[in-house]
Design a protein around this ligand. Structure first.
Ligand SMILES: [Zn+2]
Length: 261
């Protein structure tokens, strides 16, 4: 049975929904294959993803489909394994952040760092399993640091590829960094949280005022995200929102997709 309504959301779902509700339906609700437009892509969350019709394979990543050979994925994995001490595989794209990686590798040895932390929250902002029935928001955090004194927690999101200034991408850094901090603070494991994007190729660290939150700000931002997620969670129609982005959309008419645009 094809679902007609979302039961959980994530940053990538909100992003896609804001751009075009119809696209978010094809991609995140129907899991429609973007190669044959017939089958459903099954798997994911760490398991291989394949189309049930044409067997095309997709990279398992939360809400994002990229080719298996994607360089960014390899670097992402290498960063994770370097910090955890699992391997010393190195790419030249990591040179700009060597000092940052070494710092977190040290903290990881101290037991204060979690990597690829999967955070499931209910609609009351209580912790739940990532795949539990009552999961309402899923966040996957590349790195979280919980200091032993329950002081300020730190979230890091690794970004590979082109660095875009905050002006270029308007409020989307604010959104992401704020939501990571809201998620972590909701766990009540720290009194404050600050979130950062690190552009690994450039060694560029991005922070935003909205990413730096204390428990006093928490209820305000939880409410903000409840309102923000409401249209996506209640939508059953998923209208198209045609625009420049149709050129890059896997489900567009031009690419043989089911969309009228
Ligand atoms: Zn297919």
């Amino acid at each position: 049975m094809m679902k007609d309504k979302f039961d959980a959301w994530s940053p990538s779902r909100i992003n896609d929904y804001d751009l075009c509700p119809r696209k978010s339906m094809y991609k995140h609700l129907w899991h429609l294959c973007s190669k044959c437009f017939q089958g459903e892509v099954k798997g994911g969350f760490g398991r291989p993803m394949r189309c049930t019709n044409c067997s095309a394979s997709f990279e398992p990543q939360l809400g994002v489909r990229v080719s298996a050979a994607d360089r960014g994925e390899q670097i992402h994995d290498a960063i994770r394994d370097y910090i955890s001490g699992k391997s010393d595989v190195w790419y030249e794209e990591m040179n700009a952040v060597v000092h940052i990686l070494d710092k977190w590798r040290e903290e990881y040895r101290n037991g204060t760092v979690r990597l690829e932390y999967e955070l499931g929250l209910t609609d009351k902002w209580a912790a739940t399993g990532f795949f539990d029935k009552d999961v309402w928001l899923r966040l996957k955090l590349d790195l979280v640091y919980f200091p032993r004194d329950a002081g300020e927690a730190v979230v890091i999101d690794w970004k590979s590829g082109k660095y875009k200034s905050a002006d270029e991408i308007k409020g989307s850094y604010d959104d992401a960094l704020n939501l990571y901090s809201v998620g972590v603070l909701s766990l009540a494991l720290s009194s404050a949280t600050n979130s950062f994007l690190v552009f690994t190729d450039y060694g560029e660290i991005v922070s935003r005022p909205k990413g730096n939150l204390s428990l006093m700000d928490l209820r305000h931002w939880q409410w903000f995200w409840e309102k923000r997620a409401e249209p996506l969670m209640n939508d059953t129609i998923f209208a198209t929102n045609p625009g420049w982005h149709c050129r890059n959309c896997d489900f567009s008419n031009k690419r043989g997709g089911p969309c009228e645009f």
